[in-house]
Design a binder for this molecule. Structure first.
Ligand SMILES: [Zn+2]
Length: 339
């Protein structure tokens, strides 16, 4: 791999020299990315129901993604957005520091940061939960686009999965298998006829996350709302931030209907993208999830990293990994957006 000082202008010369010496042509390093400027949003917490302001800040190369609870005395501890910091996976993914300071419902923001290839950021938050916004990752993608993105000097690395790693729990399954790029396939199977069996495959590239899954909202059933609130959950849930299915199970209560015909499974793909970005770097692997959720996704990462022979760190050769053209073409999703 080149050192990070290699510019695009020098590549033709270097490529012709490599050809003359019968060496493979050189590939420029993919650089890490952060935000160009700080940017804030305010919204309600899905589970806490409280009003929260969140600010995304640029961060130095190789620092990763951290949360900082600015409402905690002393400036707040830094909580790494990392699978080992996950402390609760009950209807959300929550990270905590050693003293128990937590940030809940990070998964949609993490999915947006994964989809936008943001490696380094500090996220200031003045409450216990990331604002739910509209229940999808699209507002966070928009926030990153408004702040702008800059490339940094450090090369971007990926975690390359070397062998199959799987975890089962009853009728649920989460599995990683080696691949040249990062792709996600999730299947769900609900008794509810409105959802039923749905299957979605996403191959991550520059635009696929934004166009194919970022707008898919979280969802719930009208008859479950009272029980969730009694359990201290979904206090901020409303038709503004979730797809709600009627008590008779036959219709979507939201006036505007669905954003994608199969919005439910697309949201599960979105959740998996966010949960798996807690690996600390992009994965070069295929993820398959059958009725998977935050808990199983987290246990899968713990299982992967417990086996040192199952993964290695490699410099990225392209922002998506390396996708053979034929494989990429066969993985395109049918255009199913209806709104
Ligand atoms: Zn979700």
């Amino acid at each position: 791999m080149f050192d990070t000082g290699t510019s695009l202008e020098t590549l033709p010369t270097l490529a012709s020299e490599a050809f003359e010496r019968h060496l493979p042509p050189a590939v420029p390093a993919v650089r890490q990315r952060t935000l160009k400027s700080s940017i804030s949003c305010t919204g309600v917490g899905l589970h806490s129901g409280t009003k929260i302001t969140m600010t995304l800040h640029p961060a130095a190369p190789d620092s990763g993604i951290f949360f900082r609870r600015v409402d905690i005395a002393g400036g707040g501890a830094l909580i790494p957005a990392h699978w080992a910091s996950v402390s609760d996976t009950r209807l959300n993914t929550c990270v905590s520091d050693a003293s128990g300071v937590s940030v809940h419902t990070i998964e949609h923001l993490m999915a947006a940061l994964a989809g936008m290839s943001i490696d380094n950021a500090v996220i200031d938050i003045n409450g216990p939960e990331v604002p739910v916004m509209d229940g999808s990752a699209a507002p966070f993608v928009f926030l990153v686009e408004c702040a702008g993105v800059v490339e940094q000097a450090a090369p971007r690395c990926a975690i390359k999965v070397l062998k199959r790693v799987a975890i089962e729990d009853g009728d649920k399954l989460a599995m990683l298998t080696p691949d040249h790029c990062f792709s996600v396939n999730v299947e769900i199977n609900f008794a509810n006829p409105l959802i039923g069996r749905q299957d979605c495959w996403l191959t991550m590239n520059g635009q696929s996350f934004k166009s194919e899954v970022s707008r898919a909202r979280t969802f719930g059933f009208e008859h479950e709302v009272a029980a969730l609130r009694a359990a201290g959950l979904a206090k901020g849930g409303s038709l503004d931030n979730a797809v709600v299915i009627s008590s008779d199970g036959r219709q979507v209560v939201n006036d505007e209907g669905l954003r994608y015909e199969d919005e439910f499974v697309r949201h599960k793909v979105l959740d998996a993208v966010g949960d798996l970005y807690l690996a600390g770097a992009p994965l070069l692997a295929h993820f398959y999830g059958l009725r998977t959720g935050h808990g199983l996704n987290n246990r899968l990462l713990a299982t992967l990293f417990a086996d040192r022979s199952a993964w290695t760190v490699v410099p990225m050769e392209s922002r998506e990994g390396r996708i053979p053209a034929a494989a990429a073409a066969s993985r395109r999703l049918p255009a199913a957006a209806i709104a």
